[in-house]
Design a protein around this ligand. Structure first.
Ligand code: NAD
Length: 499
């Protein structure tokens, strides 16, 4: 196990860092066809980290052709599951070997606290790759119950060329949730990281090559959404597009699929998750801790952020007081310091967007109970104080729209029925939390919650065995668990007449 590093160790590593900056196409690191680059910026300081290859449709065409050739000649797709497992297990091992380096890249690129980058982003990504590696030679196909005169085989074929377009809030983890099952199933995969956070994806390419993934099976195309992302979405030879990001862009990908080859489009989109705390909650301190974590963890840049705290009247004031105290103690700090609990917002645009929502909350009559301002202004970076609004009604803008920042809306309700009604009155349905000590209520009310994940007496529960994805405008399809393999395979029915 590597020794734990101090803030100074990480600063020293950062000063000496030379990250990969080229695209990874056909097993080689190469410049973009146009020769163009874009800057990736450290949101904690506002300074440029590196110039990154800016891919466009020409690079997409090249990568897709190589991915198709790799798929068709079977260099990966026809390998036995056991062989694919061996390579992916090696990849997980290499991710752990280089965990501190990967964590540093993630923190520098998108501003999250280094301790979380190491434990959660890199740790969970390596676990995810390992989990699918271990799963893939244990998944059986089916034989239909069709009697003695026929043999009905129900098998899963890899789908072909899979493009993954991912966001900046958990760059490595969101990529891993997609590429691990897609590669395990035998596909050729092209990853487009978000333009704010390309560094770990490029490091991952290096590790994939070292682990022994054949050329063309995994490629990385950094670039902008409306160029690289759109070209992947519209490509006639991409069979499947797996997306994580905003609902707005998710809708575009459905259109791209319709305008091109009807590729399978799987979407993990936005959220506005309710956190319902009923008056019979068993442990108010635990509920308060999870309420604060649920909105301030990762600076609130979490698709499942518990951004609406819906509280029964009799415990409202006591809970609010505790969440304010916890929020107060989570002030942003230097992301490279392992003691920091909240880091920087990903870029200036996102910071301004979040501050705009805070203004809107005040204008619509919300009571600013904590924070509300930019923090660490002298750092040159983009930090926002933990912010809590009370006196919010569910129809206010900040209770309806995804803010994607450390801004909590507290909504007071009179009873459990109103709480569930408010929780479900939302365009999104990614996750919901419920706090009660009553086991019957826990079951009956969680059935009523319209969300892909329901967490009872916790926020963000689960592990790789649990599927993850949304109802309503939070998307379709599921990441994680064996269900994710459905997205990256086609079901084939082979009927053999035995008469
Ligand atoms: P985004 O939608 O702006 O960008 C996501 C990706 O799409 C990026 O790679 C971007 O380059 C690309 N893109 C942007 N515009 C495009 C276009 N016109 N055509 C093709 N591609 C385009 O999202 P973001 O700001 O990076 O991330 C924040 C969003 O991601 C939030 O809404 C959040 O809820 C969501 N998210 C969802 C999950 C989930 O699992 N449901 C997980 C993490 C983040």
């Amino acid at each position: 196990m590597a020794k734990s590093l101090s803030a100074d160790d990480y600063r020293q590593m950062a000063a000496e860092l030379t990250p990969r900056t080229q695209a990874f196409i056909g097993g080689q690191f190469v410049d973009a066809a146009s020769g163009k680059t874009f800057a990736t910026v450290n949101p904690a300081t506002g300074t440029v980290i590196a110039e990154i290859a800016e891919c466009n449709a020409e690079d997409v065409n090249r990568a897709v052709a190589l991915a198709r050739a790799a798929f068709d000649d079977g260099r990966w797709s026809h390998q036995s599951p056991r062989n694919r497992k061996r390579v992916l297990l090696k990849l997980a091992e290499l991710m752990r070997r280089d965990a501190q380096h990967l964590a540093l890249l993630e923190t520098l690129d998108m501003g999250k606290p280094i301790a979380e980058a190491l434990a959660v982003d890199v740790g969970s990504s390596a676990n995810c790759v390992q989990w699918y590696a271990e799963a893939v030679d244990k998944v059986y196909d089916e034989i239909s119950p069709s009697g003695p005169h026929a043999l009905g085989l129900i098998t899963r074929d890899p789908i072909g060329v899979v493009a993954c377009v991912v966001p900046w809030n958990f760059p490595l983890l969101m990529a891993s949730w997609k590429i691990a099952p897609a590669l395990a199933a035998g596909n050729s995969v092209i990853l487009k990281p978000a333009e704010q956070s390309p560094l770990t994806a490029l490091k991952l390419a290096e590790l994939c090559a070292e682990a022994g993934l054949p050329e063309g099976v995994f490629q990385v195309l950094p670039g902008f959404g409306p160029t690289t992302g759109k070209a992947l979405g519209l490509h006639m030879d991409v069979d499947c597009l797996a997306f994580t990001g905003s609902t707005e862009v998710g809708k575009l990908f459905m259109q791209y699929g319709g305008q091109s080859n009807l590729k399978r489009v799987w979407l993990e989109c936005g959220g506005k998750s309710p956190n319902v705390v009923l008056s019979d909650v068993a442990d108010l301190d635990k509920a308060a801790f999870h309420a604060a974590l649920g909105i301030f963890y990762n600076q609130g840049e979490v698709c499942t952020a518990a951004s609406r705290l819906i509280v029964e009247d009799s415990i409202h004031d006591a809970l609010l007081e505790k969440v304010i105290a916890l929020g107060q103690a989570m002030q942003p700090g230097d992301p490279l310091d392992p003691a920091t609990k909240m880091g920087a917002i990903v870029d200036q645009r996102q910071m301004q967007r979040v501050l705009g929502y805070i203004d809107q909350g005040v204008r619509e009559g919300g009571v600013l109970a904590l924070g509300g301002r930019q923090a660490r202004v002298n750092s040159g970076g983009y930090f926002i104080e933990p912010t809590i609004f009370s006196g919010i009604s569910n129809d206010m803008t900040i209770a309806r729209e995804e803010i994607f920042g450390p801004v909590l809306s507290v909504i007071r309700v009179k009873d459990a029925d109103e709480a569930i009604r408010v929780a479900n009155t939302c365009d999104y349905g990614l996750a919901a939390c419920l706090w009660t000590r009553d086991v019957t209520k826990a079951h009956t009310l969680s059935r009523k919650l319209r969300a892909g994940s329901v967490w009872v007496n916790c926020w963000d529960g689960g592990d790789m065995t649990m599927p993850f994805g949304g109802f309503k405008q939070s998307g379709n399809g599921r990441d994680k668990s064996l269900h994710a393999l459905d997205k990256y395979t086609e079901l084939k029915a082979t009927w053999i007449d035995l008469t």
